[in-house]
Every structure is written in C-alpha cells, then in structure tokens.
Design a protein around this ligand. Structure first.
Ligand code: B16
Ligand code: MG
Length: 210
C-alpha cells in the first residue's frame, strides 16, 4: 500500500448505524406527515444533523421556526441514541473486524473522520473506543462533509499530509469532501460507483488488496 494512513468514515463504513439514522428520521417524518424513503435517506449520508433535517423538510408544505427545528433534531437524536444503546461489539461485522485487525498489525496510522457527534458513543458501544490512533468527528468541526475539514483534522491528528492518506467513504458527500481535501478516496456502499473515487470497494476487506 502506498499510503501511510487510512481515515475511515464511521456510519456505513465501520458499522451499519446508517440504518438507525434512517429509522429515526423515518419515525419523525411519519409523525410530521412528510414523505421520506430509503432513497431520500441516501441524501443524508455524511451531512450534519441539521442539514439532514433541512433536506427532509424540503418535502413539507409547512414552514417551521428555528425552535421547532431544533426540537425535531433533538427528537430524532433521542430515538437514534436509543437504537445505538442496543449496540454491542457483536454488531461489528466479521469482514470489518478481521480487516481492522489485519490493518492494525501494519504500521499504517488508522483514524476516524465522521460527521457524527455521536461518534464517541458509537465507538464505545462497538468496542472500538481505544482502537484508532485518532478520532475526528462532528464535535470538533465547523463544516460538515462535503467540506474536507473533518478529514484534514484527522490527517493532522495522525501527523500526515492528505497525499499520504486514503479516505474510506460510503457517502457521495464524503467522496466529495475527500477529493476537495486532496485525499485519495476508496468508495463503498451507496457511493461505490462514484466516479470521483480512486478505488471502488465491493466489501470492506477489499482494502487489504490495495
Ligand atoms: P449525528 P458519517 C454522518 O456520519 C451520517 O452519515 C449522517 O447521516 C449524519 O447526519 C451525520 O453523521 C451526523 O450525525 O446526528 O449523530 O451527529 O457518515 O460522517 O460517519
Ligand atoms: Mg457514512
């Protein structure tokens, strides 16, 4: 591998919390009578909580105050955290677990670059709290993906420049962020066929072939 470090997105790459985001947003959208489905949910991948809410509200014929929007975001996050609270290390797939273990045995630096403010809670639940060399997340950035800030922060934390890092992403917004920051990007899941990506992974363990 020509890289010195890998920066992983969290939701949809390391774990399937993207499904919990969907269920929690779906419950809110249903309560408000707003059309929302899995296809529309894909637009929320990698973008911040409030930006996600704005995308959902685009399909509403009502306008809401900032206070109402803040309450909706809180309602969604409470439901989402209930689902996260049920997670355990068993929710890490064998493919991800064995790949991370193999990468940990190399001298590659491994970091997380996630838009989620719930990153510390998720890593704790899935037993990876102390696994990574650095964690950059929604709590330490001003701009969410597609802005490159979170990946630049992660690279800085592991002492590497973007050219020496590979970003692994499942979101088009994340691929855009990686390329805007000067990183190579391996795309999987929803973003797998994104033409801006340098690598296309069918499964997480394909990383070991790079
Ligand atoms: P939270 P990632 C992103 O995480 C999710 O993909 C996106 O759907 C979510 O809105 C965002 O985190 C914020 O999450 O509400 O927990 O702060 O894909 O960048 O790891
Ligand atoms: Mg993601």
């Amino acid at each position: 591998m020509k890289y010195k470090g890998i920066i992983f997105d969290l939701d949809g790459v390391i774990c399937s919390t993207d499904e919990y985001h969907y269920l929690a947003w779906k419950a809110l959208a249903d309560r408000l009578g707003i059309p929302f489905d899995r296809e529309r949910n894909n637009l929320l991948r990698g973008v911040s909580r409030m930006a996600s809410l704005e995308i959902i509200l685009e399909k509403s014929d009502k306008t809401y105050t900032e206070e109402e929007k803040a309450a909706f975001a809180e309602e969604k996050n409470t439901r989402y955290r209930e689902l996260l609270g049920r997670m355990s290390p068993a929710d890490l797939s064998d493919d991800v677990k064995t790949t991370l273990e193999a990468l940990r045995k190399t001298d590659l630096k491994l970091a997380i670059g996630s838009s989620s403010k719930n990153t510390p809670f998720i890593l704790e639940r899935i037993g990876l709290r102390d696994f990574f060399d650095a964690v950059a997340d929604g709590n330490c950035i001003t701009h969410s993906k597609p802005h490159p800030e979170v990946f630049l922060k992660a690279a800085g934390m592991i002492g590497l420049c973007p050219q020496d890092c590979l970003v692994v992403e499942d979101a088009h917004a994340g691929v855009e962020a990686a390329k805007a920051g000067g990183f190579d990007c391996a795309a999987m899941g929803d973003a797998r066929d994104d033409e801006r990506a340098d690598r296309h992974l069918e499964k997480f363990s394909d990383l070991l072939k790079i």
